[in-house]
Design a protein around this ligand. Structure first.
Ligand SMILES: Nc1nc2c(c(=O)[nH]1)N[C@@H](CN(C=O)c1ccc(C(=O)N[C@@H](CCC(=O)O)C(=O)O)cc1)CN2
Length: 270
């Protein structure tokens, strides 16, 4: 599965490069970080590196944890005239401002999410787009209709928007959350299972069967090791296709920051 994700990444990256070269878009991104969250530093560095690779400008505004107020973030958002994102998590109860759809590269704002519910969104949240790409790549085009998909997790940035996008594509979607009785579910009934709970061991590799696609969105650090939400028993060889962590969904997520920035800049220049 790692090789599959790698070649998917390479082909998406090549397509984005070709698009920029052909259409000479004026693509620009601003990333706002507050404080020193170590994981955020890694993810932001990866996003900046992608823009650098393509010679595109990416401004990084770094704000101190002490002294940054909600009003400071709101002012930045109010003045945004090109794609912008606020790297999460934010400290001290700060929340990402509700960016207008035209500059909302993460797709987390109420306008973009409203468009998603109505099925006329320009961008999807980057992790959601990554999951859609993996399903698309596995089953081939136009295979979403009728696909039985379980979505575990109901976060605003993955579980909820993913379930809506799958409904838009006419998949049969079952949504599970921390109050669901996961032990009572027969997981073999689903074609695709997306695990996005943030808890390692939510499901394990003994629960899946041949032909299923399992997409592990989790990134958990346990004893210094990065693991997903799916627990892998070493003595179990699962017949299902399970995306790896690291090197799975997360890798594609960063790429879609670039993809979404291109889409928004393209819309602006129309
Ligand atoms: N403003 C946002 N904040 C956050 C988002 C987001 O989409 N927008 N998502 C996550 C963090 N994230 C992107 O920002 C992200 C997470 C993980 C990866 C990734 O490449 N994971 C690698 C492992 C990397 C590592 O930790 O060594 C993998 O799974 O292979 C990319 C992006 C929360 N915040």
């Amino acid at each position: 599965m790692k090789d599959v994700i790698s070649s998917l990444y390479d082909s998406k990256m090549a397509a984005l490069k070709a698009k920029i070269d052909a259409e000479k878009f004026d693509v620009k991104l601003t990333i706002v970080t507050v404080g020193d969250d170590p994981a955020s530093k890694v993810y932001v560095r990866n996003k900046i590196r992608l823009f650098d690779e393509l010679g595109l400008p990416c401004e990084h505004i770094t704000l101190d944890e002490a002294g940054t107020t909600q009003a400071d973030l709101d002012v930045l958002a109010a003045n945004a005239d090109h794609p912008m994102l606020f790297q999460l998590p934010l400290p001290n109860g700060l929340v990402a401002p509700d960016l207008p759809a035209a500059v909302d590269v993460d797709g987390f704002g109420s306008e973009t999410l409203g468009q998603l519910v109505l099925g006329n969104n320009v961008v999807l949240p980057c992790t959601v787009q990554a999951v859609i790409d993996i399903i698309d790549n596995h089953y081939g085009e136009n295979h979403f209709a009728g696909l039985k998909v379980a979505v575990l997790g109901r976060s605003n940035i993955v579980g909820k928007p993913l379930a809506i996008e799958l409904i838009n594509r006419q998949s049969t979607v079952s949504s599970f959350n921390s109050r669901s009785d996961l032990a009572a579910v027969d997981w073999t009934q689903f074609d695709v299972i997306v695990v996005a709970t943030g808890f390692h061991g939510t499901l394990d590799n003994s629960q899946f069967v041949e032909g299923q696609l399992i997409i592990d969105v989790g990134i958990n650090r346990i004893d210094g090791k990065l693991v997903g939400d799916v627990k892998h028993h070493e003595d179990v060889v699962s017949a299902a296709a399970i995306t790896p962590v690291p090197g799975g969904v997360g890798r594609l997520t960063c790429l879609h920051v670039l993809g979404n920035a291109i889409k928004l800049c393209e819309m602006k220049q129309r």
